[in-house]
Design a protein around this ligand. Structure first.
Ligand code: FAD
Length: 319
């Protein structure tokens, strides 16, 4: 088996997204004896050429240009086009991120690639490739195969392992073209959801209406900080004004797959579960033993979150 695989990596600020390394590791498996090229963009891009080589890239294309520090569809589209024309990949891989959701269909349609998005698993059977993705808000999974020769796949963060695999990589420095942009971003209002990106966090402590106030999130934030995780929320908590909608997990919020999800004072409505049911381990803390969240939890604690969460924090802090 040999395929030429291209991975579009992505930065968050000046830091490479973890899902980009996960895509590279997957790319290595799909490429077999073929080539694996990674493209990296932004003023800090050169810093990551070596890291990408350490994760299996044979060649790294570096666009070290500050115009990529802010996502703008036209600018990125033109750079992606340049990379595709230079490498002519059989398979393109990228993280299933907000920016990729925007630009991937455009690339796929312009270059005649089939597109399968939000994959959580891939089956490699000789030359055959099948892609697994959740459907019906995570209640079922579908297995898909491409009917096109060229494939574009976006992967959900935290579902593939990023495994170091050092290669002697070639680094190519590329110039971005001057692009006549169709839309201009005038302002970005950033709402902080903590230091760790919720979509990529390995541990998420989430609060629901049971948290009862903005201040009620204090103990959850503390536990998250001790465990090195991020804080999330149900829509119930967001609607009550206890926290920002940027923290919402679920069907109309973020879909996440952490290693550990601790749901505090969350009933477990289907729309919430759609955003977290694929977490590797789920712990639920709820006063109501009949709360539906216990049906999907690996571990359940029936009790008052304001008593249990500080006890957990204290215990983890000691270890
Ligand atoms: P509740 O259902 O009110 O549950 C609060 C829980 O806290 C209860 O189980 C209670 O027993 C427990 N509790 C109370 N006090 C304590 C305490 N001291 N200690 C421990 N437990 C306590 N919801 C989402 O979360 N995400 C979405 O993306 C989303 N999208 C939606 C889309 C649509 C179209 C619709 C119609 C709804 C959507 N919802 C979504 C809303 C969803 O249906 C629920 O209303 C919401 O998830 C409920 O939030 P909750 O569990 O925090 O609140």
């Amino acid at each position: 088996m040999n395929r030429n695989v291209l991975v579009f990596t992505e930065m968050k600020g000046s830091v490479l997204r973890q899902v980009s390394l996960e895509a590279l590791s997957l790319g290595q498996k799909i490429a077999g004896d073929g080539s694996l090229v990674a493209a990296v963009f932004g003023s800090q891009a050169s810093r990551y050429a070596e890291v990408l080589g350490q994760h299996g890239a044979d060649q790294v294309m570096v666009f070290a240009d500050p115009q990529f520090d802010r996502y703008q569809a036209d600018i990125y589209y033109h750079a992606y086009r340049k990379v595709i024309q230079a490498t002519n990949p059989d398979v393109i891989l990228a993280g299933h991120t907000v920016n990729m959701k925007d630009v991937a269909p455009r690339i796929a349609s312009r270059f005649g690639y089939g597109l399968i998005s939000d994959c959580t698993n891939v089956e490699l059977n000789g030359h055959d490739l099948s892609f697994i993705r959740p459907i019906y808000a995570g209640k079922a999974f579908e297995k898909k195969r491409f009917t096109t020769e060229n494939m574009f796949v976006t992967i959900r963060p935290n579902n593939f392992k990023a495994e170091p695999s050092p290669k002697v990589q070639e680094v190519v420095f590329c110039e971005a073209d001057n692009v006549d942009v169709q839309t201009v971003i005038r302002d970005i209002v950033l709402k902080s959801t903590g230091a760790i990106d919720l979509a990529e966090a390995k541990i998420v402590i989430s609060g629901g209406r049971g948290v009862k106030s903005k201040e009620g999130f204090g103990p959850l934030n503390e536990l998250a900080s001790v465990l090195g995780g991020a804080t999330g929320a149900s829509r119930g908590a967001c609607d009550e004004g206890y926290c920002d909608y940027g923290m919402q997990i679920g069907q109309t919020g973020k879909v996440i797959t952490p290693d550990l999800y601790i749901a505090c004072g969350i009933s477990g409505a289907i729309q919430h579960v759609a955003g977290m049911s694929n977490s590797k381990v789920i712990i639920a803390i709820n006063k109501d033993p009949e709360a539906p969240i216990f049906q999907i939890a690996d571990y359940g604690i029936v009790g008052d979150l304001f008593e249990i969460v500080p006890l957990l924090t204290e215990e983890f802090r000691r270890r």
